[in-house]
Design a binder for this molecule. Structure first.
Ligand code: XUL
Length: 535
């Protein structure tokens, strides 16, 4: 029986999962630490430090290091027979960056086990804070980088995404521009994942293609740094970037620091990856045709892609997948936010919301509701405000069906660029408990929808990655389907199948929905909406 540890350093917490692999694979340990509640000395709120300028969102790499130490202590005290711990892998919030000076190379390898890591590495930071994915302060840098490489389209084709404010490259450029001396004193720039893996291994380790593709710096096809983007970002950057290596690379063993401090064994340390690539594995998406739809605060569609196909509209992302293939991801800001706004506007409870959905005809009598209560990411909508086509403002059930259908039609429309026919969708997140919503999802996509009960999919994915990499290192590679099967199948709580006639109706409705979007965005004529059924 072997044990594998997965860690997930997310925006607000650090989570750990231990998998035991015997005749079957099962979770034998799980724990989570909240950055705000368990490390109040850092003064974070929801995992971030108070901003100094609009759009700036940073956190503390020392907090992440302290949390890693506390979590390794919890794992050590778990009562598990940790002599059986074979490998550790991790997941980090994507895009965030950590800036280290030249002393880090030696300090990482000789930490004193009597002390926590944070005070020992504080002197290695050439920038005391880390900008994270919620930062939106680099529009100028995005434009500059895109212009220097030949435009946003070229950047997307080469790196998988156009320039985004939260991506690491634009963040590095802003640091170089605003603090040139501190930039010059920077010897190594890590992402959150490679920083924490370096702490565990006791030396600088590589970035995997999953997280490298969230930087606007990596050539997606070859998984190497793209010199044109690197040079466009900041002078001398090539020498400051870690190597890029396959996600299953064993970076080393747990350094003597962790062994002495917590009595842990010299388990293999596998490269960490980003939280989205790890979630791809943790939701079992290891073949093309499977997609996950996460219905959370925002909604996300993601899927494994054998070939990197780019979103021509520039809103979707292509990241590296930890399997060595690729993943497509599109994010929609008005997820739960919009469902809750409709529920509250009409004074409904969730059961009443479901009842209204069930009582309303699929297709909503031809009415379309665009639930852009907040600025939308996909399609980009800067001026929020819902738009109605054929829907009267007092029609409660029309709004309930309208919000759900619009969300599903929008996800179907804006994932077409992935050029994948989804046969099965794993639905996760809070609203995936609602079978009425999943029914609309199945009918719109024409796919089976599995209600998929998984919290911490990124952490679970990291533990599964540890197992996969260990098997390769031992010379007995495993198929990904075998790696995920035992863990992922029991998480499927229910399967909902599409209705053929309703799917055909939604296929016809999709161009009408697209025409409403285009009209609302000022890019097309008024759509031919026949009018709504009476409220
Ligand atoms: C993805 C993104 C977020 C973070 C959250 O591009 O910015 O999903 O990875 O941790």
């Amino acid at each position: 029986m072997s044990l594998y540890l997965g860690l997930d350093s997310s925006t607000q917490s650090l989570t750990a999962v231990v998998l035991e692999v015997a005749a079957r694979t099962r979770i034998v340990f799980k724990a989570s630490l909240s950055f705000d509640a368990d490390f109040p000395q850092y003064g974070t709120r929801h995992g971030v430090l108070a901003g100094t300028e609009p759009g700036v969102v940073v956190s503390s790499p020392l907090l992440w290091a302290d949390a890693l130490d506390a979590m390794m202590g919890k794992v050590a005290a778990s009562g598990l027979d940790l002599r059986r711990l074979e490998a550790i892998a991790g997941s980090g919030q994507q895009h965030g960056s950590v800036y280290l000076n030249a002393s880090a190379a030696s300090v990482l390898g000789r930490l004193d086990p009597r002390q926590s890591p944070a005070p020992q590495i504080a002197g290695c930071l050439s920038r005391p804070v880390s900008p994270i994915w919620m930062d939106s302060s680099t529009s100028r840098e995005c434009e500059e980088i895109a212009a220097a490489v030949g435009g946003q389209r070229v950047l997307a084709e080469r790196t998988g995404s156009r320039a985004f404010e939260r991506f690491t490259g634009p963040q590095i450029r802003k640091f170089f521009r605003q603090e040139p001396a501190a930039y010059a004193a920077t010897d190594r720039i890590h992402v959150v994942s490679s920083f924490l893996a370096s702490l565990l291994a006791g030396r600088h380790v590589a970035i995997d293609p999953g997280d490298g593709s969230g930087m606007n710096l990596m050539d997606l096809a070859t998984a190497t740094w793209w010199p044109l983007a690197v040079d466009a970002t900041a002078p001398g950057l090539a020498a400051k970037l870690p190597d890029i290596a396959a996600s299953w690379t064993v970076a080393g063993t747990l350094s003597p620091y962790w062994q002495s401090r917590h009595g842990l064994p010299p388990a293999r340390v596998v490269l960490w990856s980003g939280d989205n690539p790890c979630s791809l594995i943790g939701t079992g998406l290891v073949r093309e045709g499977l997609a996950a739809i996460s219905l959370g605060t925002s909604d996300t569609v993601f899927s494994l892609m054998r070939q990197p196909r780019i979103d021509p509209t520039g809103t979707g992302h292509v990241f590296g997948s930890p399997t060595g293939a690729f993943m497509g991801l599109t994010c929609f800001a008005n997820g739960s936010i919009a469902r809750e706004r409709v529920r509250d506007q009409f004074g409904l409870t969730w059961p009443a919301f479901s009842a209204a959905l069930a009582a309303t005809p699929p297709g909503n009598g031809g009415c379309i509701f665009l639930p852009w209560f907040d600025p939308e990411i996909t399609p980009p909508v800067l001026t929020p405000g819902p738009r109605r086509y054929g829907l009267t403002t007092d029609d409660a059930s029309g709004h309930v069906r309208g919000v759900v259908e619009a969300q599903m039609l929008s996800m179907a429309l804006h994932s077409e660029w992935m050029q994948i026919t989804f046969d099965t969708i794993h639905a996760t997140g809070g609203a995936s408990a609602n079978r009425e919503i999943l029914g609309v999802m199945a009918d719109v996509f024409g796919a089976d929808v599995c209600q998929f009960e998984v919290e911490d999919s990124a952490c679970l994915g990291a533990a599964l990655r540890a197992r996969h990499a260990h098997a390769i290192a031992e010379g007995h590679p495993l198929d990904w389907e075998d790696v995920v099967r035992d863990v992922v199948e029991p998480l499927i709580a229910a399967r909902i199948q599409p209705d053929r006639a309703r799917h055909a109706m939604y296929r016809d409705l999709l161009p009408v929905y697209a025409a409403c979007e285009a009209h609302a965005l000022g890019r097309g004529p008024a759509p031919p909406i026949a009018g709504c059924r009476a409220p």
